[in-house]
Write a protein that binds this ligand. Sequence first.
Ligand code: PNW
Length: 460
Amino acid sequence: MLQFPQGFLWGSATSCYQIEGAWNEDGKGLSIWDAFAHTPGRTFQGHHGDVACDHFHRYKEDVVLMAKMGLKAYRFSISWPRIQPDGHGPVNEKGIAFYSRLIDELLDHGIQPWITLYHWDMPLALQMQHDGWLNPDITDFFATYASVCFERFGDRVKNWITLNEPWVVAMLGYGQGVFAPGRKSIREPYLAAHHLILAHAKAVRLRLYREKYQAAQGGQIGITNNCDWREPLTDSLEDKAAAQRALEFYLGWFADPVFLGDYPQVMKDRVGGRLPEFTEDEKEWVKGSSDFFGLNHYNTSYASHGDTADGSEVYANGGIFEDQHVKLSVDPAWPLTTMNWAIVPWGCRKLLHWIRDRYQDPKIYITENGCSLDDKVSDGKVDDPVRISFLEGYLGECHKAIEEGVDLKGYFVWSFMDNFEWAQGYSKRFGIHYIDYETLERIPKSSARWFARTIENNGF
Ligand code: PNW
């Protein structure tokens, strides 16, 4: 048995659109995901989060399950349009009341709430009227929404994450267009990313969390970025440089400004005029705007020097992949999850070291890690040796990293329950299923709910 340090935080995570349902109840406004999922062809068989796990109505029983599992911390996100239906202006008191009840329920069960303020569900009104993350004004709208949350929940909530995975928002939402708002561009990801970073920093800095609430409420605030590990395919200098470049384009893009004060030089050199610039003033307040390093980690690939002439699929999307000139590949021996993500535990440890070295030994929380598998429920139980070895592998590497001096403070497994997996919907093939194998009680129940809903909604 591995011993983790005293006080190491064990948690699980979800996000509002993926579990809440109640998409049009109690005064909630629409989000871009409500609209996107209802747009034909955008999600697997038209799946949507209208009901999802019905957490909005069933949060009490969900919290009981969390307590039974022994969770110490629960990371969830707040739906911006539930708090401000139009993304700005009047606050919806019923939305506040829902999260207030959830927070109280968690605290009553001894579970620390960790709140993410933005997990991809931009208020539709801000998208339609203001162009979402492409408009610099969004940074002030976001900071104002954040301040409403600090004000109303900060007496009880001590752990805040401004944004979940801005890389996904920029790349999948504005680059490849596979996630809401479904835009395809080689320029927009850089612009959206710029405003995401400024929005995060404004919520933390400008008159807001740090100045107004932190001292009185005694909390911490940070940003969560996602990153895969990139291992050089060979020992050649070229491949090593390609792997490093890939990591700087992935994680450095968002973490460098926040921890070091500006974009990576390699991005400036390669992206040129499409990469916005921070003013000196902005650099000042963006730098140091995260009290901890939030990391979501799922996948590993080999990286080698790319050659645009080789016609590899890496270049099929244009934009950022071409800007990097990195070719990705996997070892066919690596096991894959049903999302085709490679199970490579050592990649996690190497990434933790990379973060420690580049960002001067920050306090790190893994705010997501987990695997999607084709779980088979039999006799009310799931026999899932692959998930067990996944968790043993990744936690083992986390433990090693801690022994080697990485300041890893906590681990949140994704996900607390079966949920709506964005463009992949509730498909059996892709859905993320987290199984707590100590409290198997959860399994038949959530699976039954999930299957019932899938069948009911989709006729299969
Ligand atoms: C994360 N990628 O999404 C999200 O935070 C969760 O909401 C989601 O359910 C989970 O991981 C599993 O997908 C990601 O393309 C989506 O690299 C895509 C990528 C990474 C993370």
